[in-house]
Design a protein around this ligand. Structure first.
Ligand code: ZN
Ligand code: ZN
Ligand code: ZN
Length: 149
């Protein structure tokens, strides 16, 4: 087992041998310098917590101390969960939840009925590391639904 240490950026626990923090994308200085995958002449400052692409101070998007690449800066994240589905159609959300769970992806549901901005909307979250896989699963299931119509 690797020793645990604390990320200097977000204070979450990380294993001592990791190159970056999986919670916020912070790149640890002990790691050898690496270059941004977009701006090849720039030294990377971290990774996008969704796709783990290396980003630099020029292209990174920071939200609540977490790093995102420009492609994923609109993904809503709470704690270590990413928002994957938001809808007022409860049956639709339940169906997508069941679909993700059948593929082994853990989900958690938030009822935003009491919040004025999205009355009655249900929000389905999945663990951040599963985001890309979950997105792909849902895109494929939507294609199947469209084919059947
Ligand atoms: Zn961190
Ligand atoms: Zn990304
Ligand atoms: Zn960059």
């Amino acid at each position: 087992m690797s020793e645990l240490t604390t990320c200097s950026n977000c204070n979450n626990e990380v294993t001592e041998d990791s190159d970056f923090c999986p919670h916020c994308g912070n790149l640890f200085k002990e790691a050898p310098p690496v270059h941004c995958e977009t701006d090849l002449d720039q030294e990377a400052t971290g990774v996008c917590i969704i796709c783990q692409k290396l980003v630099c101070s020029r292209c990174q998007e920071v939200q609540n101390r977490r790093l995102f690449c420009p492609e994923h800066c609109n993904v809503q994240v709470e704690e270590d969960w990413a928002l994957i589905v938001e809808s007022r159609a409860a049956a639709d959300v339940e169906m997508q939840k069941g679909y993700l769970e059948s593929k082994g992806i853990q989900t958690t549901m938030q009822d935003f009925g009491l919040r004025l901005r999205h009355p009655g909307a249900l929000r389905l979250f999945i663990p951040i590391p599963d985001y890309l896989r979950a997105k792909k699963i849902l895109d494929e299931s939507n294609e199947l639904i469209n084919l059947n119509e």
